[in-house]
Write a protein that binds this ligand. Sequence first.
Ligand code: HEM
Ligand code: SF4
Ligand code: SF4
Length: 700
Amino acid sequence: MTSSLSSSSVEKPTEDSHPPVDLEAFRHQRSGLERGLERLALMVEGPLERWIAAPQLNPLYYSGTLSILLLAIVAVTGVYLFFFFGYGISESYRSVAIVESLLTGRTIRAIHRYASGALLLTSLIHAFRLFYMGRSRGPRWLAWVSGVGGTLLVFLAGVTGYWLVMDQRAQLLTQAALATLSALSARWGEAAAAYLVSIELSGESVGIMFALFAAHFVLFLILVAFLWIHVLRLQRPKILPAVYWLAAVAALMILAAVFVPAGLLPPADPQVQPGQIDFDPLFLFWLPAALSGQPLWVWGVLIVLTAGAAVIPWIKPRRAVEPPVIVTPANCTGCTLCAVDCPYKAINMVPRTDEHRHKFVAEVTPELCVSCGLCLASCEYEALTLGTQTAETLPQLVAFRIQQIRKTAPEQPIKIVFTCERHAAQGARGFIDQTRDVDGKLISVIAVPCVGSLQPNDLMRTLELGAVETKLIGCPLEDCAQREGNLWAHNRLTRERLPRLRREYAGAAIAASFPAPDDFANCVRRPTAEIAGAAPWTNGPEPEKLPRGLAVIKRLTPRHYAAAFVFLTVILIGQALVTRAPYTFGSRQGTIAQIVLLDPTRQIPVAASEGDTPLTLVLILNGKLVWMRALAPQELAAGQVAPIYAEVPVDAGSARAWLGVVSGHGDFTLVLSEQTLTLEPGQIARFAPVEELPADRHVR
Ligand code: HEM
Ligand code: SF4
Ligand code: SF4
């Protein structure tokens, strides 16, 4: 087929020919940023949609439901791991090592980890897609904010999950937490570090590991509560995806677990600096910055990003937000169609209190209405208005367009195409408000908020008004920006949903197409008759009998499943591989000297009479002062000094170490520890008062 899409733009509405209605207000519900991001996304999504060639198999269109599926997998595998988990710093590691030694155990553990990572990834994809579709504003704020909160919880649950293993990665997480506390307040950091040393020395770490596990589990519970809120305002929320998604995701998770085992790093060791670890950039991307002296920056940026994402619903777009739908009670017959069709529970049927013979009347809850316009298509009684758009708007506009075209081309056949706001902002951009000559037909494109706001009546009347063909082009099925608009439009044309296309129009030149928004030009080009034949609703050959359900839109073949599976494999296995990225933190060449005094008052006995002698705690290695801290003798004497903890990098090699307290006047020396030792590269050497104090340690 040849085409001449680039050919003449016949006319634009002129100043003296204003259309009778202004649909402009309904077209640009999204900001320039949102439309720009969608354009970027379509560079991948468009070709992908055409390659998979079956929207019901495109994983991108199921990012929300796939997230729930992954969360369910995380929950089930988590219950299994819970039964093995032991509490205590070394006990926890030992219990994970036992799980890792069992085939089932290590498979389930790996699935738990990879499903968590995949969940974070699918949540972010879901959020990004909803953002560029403009589904963050208005009454959707509740879903948006709970989504942001939910993703934060997934992230925190993932981080605490890594912590539970008590391996070298967990040790780095501890170091990052201590660095953060120290950056907030040196005193807090020191107290926390000293506390950790105290539980290590006493061996009483059951409590802290239990608290960590409880945090991990409670984060999950709060996440479930958030998800309940997340879909609270949705009618018919799609919670779980079709069974083939379950099969594909479960199979891929098992494959990932078998071929990319999660593995086990060496245990956390207070005497050894962690070496190379498997660094999961999805959950731990912040760790390098937090450990390289910038913990507050990291958390600051994360908090600002999360808070920024959470307030998006309140950032006013430049254009006014569309008004909610208004009911004209006098016209309402109480048929309930609009209440059933509204995807956002914004319409209720309430008992009538007026003289009207019908029992019920539709009532809109304006705070729930997202102005999608879907209910306009449900109502055949002109009882609903969206801003300036009533049931009469479209026929008036179509009549005006046809009249305008006729002025310059009285004989040429006219095709009227209706499309939605998403297409209008992408592939249909060059077609809006223009009439194009394509293969001898003059094509005029009218953009509405959603093709789901078109009644079959609108299409039938378009033909009656003189168009030879009419077509609606909406978002891919399963990916409607208004959730259900394209499906309702499709099902009304297939006569499966009220109000139906009238039977006598079943063979008319009315078609529907649901391509990716960058594919508008191709769809508009295809002649309706060729697509539709006697079955106006399909893009393929005429089905044998009246089609039902989505499957008829494309008969799914193994090729479609294979394409979808390949894409899902790339995402899920790729994500699993990424978690194994090796990373070495810091320099393992040097040694860390760790100075710890858990009970300074007892360990540095200073008499009240010595309360005004200036004292300094020092660490001397090979005669060189490597660290010092001034002590307040009055506080020491009064027993008010908090535990002391410090870390200082020192050279590796043989060292004569002296830890003690000296006075400024040189008349007071207290030996806390004195030893000759070899400092290994990568070692964390602890310098603390020896248990048994020599009698002569206090020298005056
Ligand atoms: C924790 C992971 C998440 C899961 C499991 C999840 C799941 C879902 C599900 C199942 C739906 C219903 C889809 C439908 O029936 O149309 C949904 C809708 C929605 N999600 Fe999420 N979601 C998650 C994260 C997010 C995030 C991070 C955001 C945004 C920041 C978000 C924003 C939304 C919005 C705005 C809707 C409503 C769409 C609309 O009203 O048109 N979600 N989500
Ligand atoms: S425009 Fe109609 S269908 Fe859409 S949310 Fe509002 S009441 Fe519901
Ligand atoms: S579709 Fe129209 S007539 Fe039917 S209940 Fe809704 S407003 Fe009333």
